[in-house]
Design a protein around this ligand. Structure first.
Ligand SMILES: Nc1nc2c(ncn2[C@@H]2O[C@H](COP(=O)(O)OP(=O)(O)OP(=O)(O)O)[C@@H](O)[C@H]2O)c(=O)[nH]1
Length: 194
């Protein structure tokens, strides 16, 4: 019923390129979401740009449009795997947990009853986490439309999907992601403390 799309394209400019293969502890960043998805037996595809140096050939999909950003990556992943719901994740989420994913999945029935086409964690301050969210397969229609209109912000998608917002507060560490070398160092300290 659910498949996952790991977004691993983009330029990773702030971290100096090829973000998925930055070393983090004894693994690469991209290995963290993969290992959690494997434990949960959730099928996944890794969506990346053709120009990114990639070490894993299995499970790869490529962006249908270069440099468009996450929306094109999500649509590309949806075209690769057939599923009712898609879990979208970034490649830089070393503190992702099984509990968090199970929590999102537990909200699917309720979302379907209310006609919600996405399930999005929201923090107390209103900040949302669209790259740690579930999207129904019929999001594809809206993704196609937004891409044709060159609307790249993910908030445009969320607005079309009658979102079910769920509590992000109890999973705060899950959303630690890594954009710069400094953030990589800080997150490593966090990993050591764990
Ligand atoms: N497939 C795909 N993934 C993308 C694309 N742009 C960003 N991502 C992924 O989306 C997540 C969030 O990306 P950002 O951190 O906003 O952007 P980034 O390109 O990684 O980094 P910067 O260039 O420093 O902004 C990361 O997992 C990226 O790998 C894209 O065009 N295609």
């Amino acid at each position: 019923m659910i498949s996952a799309i790991i977004l691993a394209g983009g330029k990773g400019k702030r971290i100096g390129g090829n973000k998925p293969f930055k070393k983090f502890g004894d693994k690469y960043l991209i290995d963290y979401p993969i290992s959690i998805l494997k434990k949960l037996k959730i099928p996944y595809t890794i969506v990346t740009s053709k120009n990114l140096l990639f070490k894993y050939n299995n499970f790869l999909s490529f962006d249908l449009i270069d440099d468009f950003g996450p929306l094109a990556g999500i649509l590309s992943g949806m075209r690769t795997l057939n599923s009712e719901w898609y879990l979208v994740l970034p490649c830089d989420c070393p503190f992702l947990t099984e509990d968090f994913i199970n929590y999102l999945i537990a909200n699917i029935k309720f979302a379907e009853k209310r006609g919600c086409k996405c399930i999005v964690p929201r923090h107390r301050n209103g900040f949302i986490e669209p790259l740690f969210s579930l999207y129904r397969k019929d999001s594809k229609i809206y993704l196609n439309k937004l891409i044709l209109e060159d609307k790249r912000k993910i908030i445009y998608l969320i607005r079309e999907l009658n979102p079910l917002y769920v509590d992000a507060e109890k999973f705060k560490n899950v959303f630690i992601n890594i954009n710069t070398p400094e953030e990589l160092r800080d997150a490593l300290k966090h990993l050591i403390k764990k």
